[in-house]
Design a protein around this ligand. Structure first.
Ligand SMILES: Cc1cc2nc3c(=O)[nH]c(=O)nc-3n(C[C@H](O)[C@H](O)[C@H](O)COP(=O)(O)OP(=O)(O)OC[C@H]3O[C@@H](n4cnc5c(N)ncnc54)[C@H](O)[C@@H]3O)c2cc1C
Length: 352
């Protein structure tokens, strides 16, 4: 069986981002890489969105940028604007095509379906899959999105809606998220923060149909594409000795589910320290965010009914401070401006 210097288990967002980062920086000229990926084919399956707080390798996979975004609750709505940090959406189909075309050009890179097909006993292994069963009793961000197309031009393509709480909360946290890619095309997503055990939250098709009809007031549309997912809002336990990357590498921001840009930072860290990566300190999100997010999630769990107004208050800070905080790039002034907007008693109770 063939031996490889490096093995990446899981050729999804984190695995391919890392392989691409290594390839474009000439780290695989004289080294071999095996990517273990069991999917039959690569096609669009996710829309990765984030505020662009730094440059990344996938600008040409961006399908839309926005500077303006809104939040709606039954009582009020608010709009924020940032010229400095646009919100971007990446089509995963474009990402897979770009990365795979690049990787194909290097004979040192090979794909396999399982780890058993290679000899990895002396390899440095990066892992992005989790084979332990999902803990359904914990908090998840679970959702379904559909890209709809209308005959008439009805969307304002300059503004996306980050959260619309004008919907049934059913003892959990529930909101809709709308990304207008053009005047007649948008991704509409129903999103829940809850454990995965309660099936009452999972009739996504009906939720989307009602929302599009009653809230967006769209009667006729066709569905171009559907995506569905569940992001753990806790760090999944892994029992392996690999260098974990992606979701299992704890790259998810637990309060928001944002992971894409953290994966890019982690890939860069690995590339910069590749020669001694096994001995290097584990790459982690800043402890400040891990600590604050844990408190935030306790509040979510214990006070779901308060979350629409808590999220709304977050929107009362300056747009750039809000974005830096959501993207792990906040300074002390940003942090303080966020913290003072939170209900003190509720958060102190969660803290203690
Ligand atoms: C639908 C969806 C939308 C998301 N949207 C956003 C967003 O807008 N912004 C953001 O920041 N984050 C988002 N996320 C969160 C996060 O960015 C993604 O989940 C991202 O894909 C995580 O990358 P990953 O490499 O850890 O996992 P994945 O991309 O899921 O990659 C894991 C890979 O491993 C493969 N695999 C699994 N099991 C095996 C096995 N046994 N053997 C071989 N291969 C295997 C899978 O086929 C997959 O290709 C989203 C997540 C989902 C599910």
């Amino acid at each position: 069986m063939k031996e490889f210097d490096y093995v990446i288990i899981g050729g999804g967002c984190a695995g391919l981002s890392l392989a691409y980062e290594l390839e474009i920086n000439d780290k695989l000229k004289n080294k071999s890489l095996a990517i273990i990926e069991n999917r039959e084919k690569y096609e669009r399956d996710k829309t990765w969105s984030f505020w662009k707080v730094f440059d990344h390798n996938f600008q040409d996979c961006v399908i839309k940028n926005w500077n303006n975004f809104t939040i709606n609750t039954p009582d009020a709505s608010r709009e924020l604007k940032s010229e400095k940090f646009p919100y971007q959406s990446i089509d995963s189909g474009k990402f897979y095509n770009k990365v795979n075309a690049k990787l194909k050009s290097n004979k040192n890179i090979n794909f396999f379906k399982t780890l058993n097909e290679i000899n990895s006993s002396n390899s440095i292994i990066f892992n992005s899959i989790n084979e332990t069963p999902p803990d359904k009793s914990k908090l998840w961000q679970h959702f379904q999105g559909i890209e709809i197309e209308t005959k008439k031009n009805i969307f304002d393509e300059e503004i996306f809606n980050l959260m619309d709480f004008n919907c049934d909360q059913k003892d959990a946290v529930h909101f809709f998220y709308t990304l207008p890619f053009s005047k007649n095309k948008a991704l509409v997503e129903t999103t829940w923060l809850s454990n995965l055990e309660n099936n009452a939250y999972k009739d996504y098709d009906i939720q989307l149909e009602n929302y599009i009809k009653n809230n967006l007031r769209i009667k006729e549309y066709k569905i171009n594409y559907t995506e569905k997912g569940a992001i753990p809002l806790f760090y999944p336990s892994t029992n392996n000795n690999f260098i974990n990357i992606g979701t299992v590498g704890e790259m998810t921001r637990l309060s928001t589910g944002y992971t894409f840009l953290n994966i890019q930072e982690h890939s860069k860290y690995i590339r910069e320290n590749l020669e001694n990566i096994s001995d290097k300190e584990k790459f982690k999100l800043n402890n400040k965010y891990i600590f604050l997010d844990k408190i935030f999630l306790k509040v979510v769990k214990n006070n779901p009914e308060k979350m629409p107004s808590i999220f709304f208050n977050l929107f009362k800070v300056k747009a750039d401070a809000f974005i830096r905080f959501m993207s792990n790039k906040s300074n002390l002034v940003d942090d303080l401006s966020i913290v003072i907007k939170m209900p003190k008693f509720t958060f102190l109770k969660a803290l203690f």
